[in-house]
Design a protein around this ligand. Structure first.
Ligand code: BGP
Length: 486
């Protein structure tokens, strides 16, 4: 039989600290931007402080509130106290890898301390020990939507150049303390998302900037993240022999809505823009067309003398990305647009979608893989892919989720096809192997896991973990290295 996936393929799942750990005020942890995101089931979506609704007023209110009542990311799924049980379930699934992030505020509560907090180091050491026990290779994101709130308030988040130094100190502490456990590192989760939700991604509080200066501030902050990412990459290579550092982007491949050249042109602009973030981290320089665009828009990025050299010196080793959907673009303003995964595009009539409007497109994954590999010629790693859905616990306690199985099956077929075409795909981590708090809506009811967690949107429930029908299916996929998908 011809193998569909490479022998060493890294199958696994992905989680992020702020969406699973809980224990938001335990062990000396400081407040992070994620602790400010509110949600309550009886509030209308427009009322809660999610990705784009955070204001100085909502931050003040959240800072004074010592409960997790309307702040679901403060409770997560209590992975902090359930990590052994959860990792045992991941091991039972047969995971070769687990992607997780380190909460900056557990190690550096305000971001400005000079030495890491011991309780934070101890927690992650225990997690890595547990993974080692099952020979699960960790892949660690340094920054996944959880920067210290203090840095956001004091420096306007990543807009302030000072944050680069604080981030590099945090990264180096991670490399020094966890380097014996972790070979694969990612610097910034979905670094491009800074333009869509600047507070969550970079601690920027929009009202602090004049309307006509906000975009420039966002790109300035992004520049600081690029520099910090390159500096962290350099340190990682110096501190951990054989380490591999990846960038992480949201892959939002955009099709022209029609073959009208204007639509093709519009889609091209969109794709150039989406590729910008990985271009800088892979090629070590800003793309010419983006610099021209900034010029036209009057956006001036303040760069220090050595910045271009720093970017050039330390490109990433591989490209990782999340893939949930594709978009289409058109110049026709009357067409219906969909908002999904915080991005906007014209609805594609050929695709179905999840209840949250994310359009399902397995072929788009194959297309994206081929396009990325052709562009960068570096190994690719899919570090997020999955579908948010409402699951029902049946009377007999079982959870039947054929839609999730169907979703993954088609995406895995697309991956196999891309590999057959010659794409160097080294791994796949599902988002997420276990139900967790949604990044964009803070809901629990938007479930992604193979493992169900008994907790509702308001935090009621026993936190009991239960296997869904998809659990057995994914276990068999991993066992057969993707050869048995049906
Ligand atoms: C990505 C984020 C994740 C994750 C996922 C699903 O953008 O990196 O943190 O949550 O999307 O999004 P959501 O939780 O909003 O459904």
């Amino acid at each position: 039989m011809v193998e569909k996936f490479p022998k060493e393929f890294l199958w696994g799942g992905a989680i992020a600290a702020n969406q699973v750990e809980g224990a938001w005020n335990v062990g000396g942890k400081g407040l992070s931007v994620a602790d400010m995101a509110s949600y309550k089931s009886n509030l209308s979506v427009s009322d809660y402080a999610g990705h784009n609704k955070v204001t100085l007023e909502s931050i003040e209110k959240a800072s004074l509130d010592n409960s997790d009542d309307i702040y679901p990311k403060r409770r997560g799924i209590d992975f902090y106290h359930h990590y052994q049980e959860d990792i045992a379930l991941f091991a039972e699934l047969g995971f070769k890898t687990l992607r997780l992030s380190i909460a900056w505020t557990r190690l550096f509560p305000t971001g400005e301390e000079l030495e890491p907090n011991q309780a934070g180091l101890d927690f992650y050491t225990k997690v890595f020990e547990e993974l080692k026990k099952y020979e699960i290779e960790p892949i660690v994101t340094l920054s996944h939507y959880e920067m210290p709130l203090h840095l956001s308030l004091k420096y306007d988040g990543w807009y302030g150049r000072e944050v680069v130094t604080h981030f590099v100190r945090f990264s180096e502490a991670c490399f020094t303390h966890f380097g014996s456990y972790v070979k694969y590192w990612l610097t910034f989760n979905e670094i491009d998302s800074i333009t869509r939700h600047p507070f969550t991604t970079a601690g920027i509080i929009p009202e602090r900037f004049a309307d006509d200066k906000l975009e420039e501030a966002i790109y300035q902050a992004l520049h600081h993240q690029f520099v910090a990412s390159a500096l962290a990459t350099k340190s990682c290579h110096a501190i951990i022999p054989n380490s591999q550092v990846g960038c992480m982007i949201t892959k939002l491949t955009t099709y022209p809505h029609t073959c009208n050249p204007s639509d093709v042109e519009k889609a091209l602009y969109q794709n150039l823009n989406f590729n910008f973030y990985s271009d800088v981290q892979v090629f070590g320089k800003y793309p010419v067309m983006i610099e021209k665009l900034f010029e036209r828009k009057g956006i001036v990025i303040k760069m220090e003398e050595q910045d271009r050299e720093i970017l050039k010196e330390s490109p990433v080793d591989f490209i990782s990305f999340s893939y949930y959907m594709t978009l289409t673009e058109s110049t026709d303003p009357t067409l219906e647009r969909v908002a999904a995964n915080t991005a906007m595009g014209v609805r594609n009539p050929h695709l179905s979608e999840t209840e949250w409007g994310w359009q399902i497109d397995p072929k788009g994954l194959k297309i994206s893989l081929m396009e990325l590999y052709d562009r960068y010629k570096k190994p690719l790693f899919i570090v997020e892919n999955g579908m948010g859905a409402r699951d029902t616990v049946e009377e007999d306690g079982s959870i039947q989720d054929p839609y999730r199985i169907a979703y993954f099956r088609e995406h895995f077929k697309a991956m196999a096809e891309a590999i057959e075409m010659g794409v160097d795909l080294i791994g796949f981590t599902s988002w997420a192997p276990i139900d967790l708090v949604s990044a964009s809506t803070s809901q629990m009811s938007k479930r992604y896991g193979f493992i169900y967690v008994d907790q509702d949107d308001d935090g009621n429930g026993t936190l009991e973990r239960k296997k869904k029908a998809s659990f057995d299916w994914y276990q068999n996929v991993i066992k057969t290295n993707g050869n048995e998908l049906d």
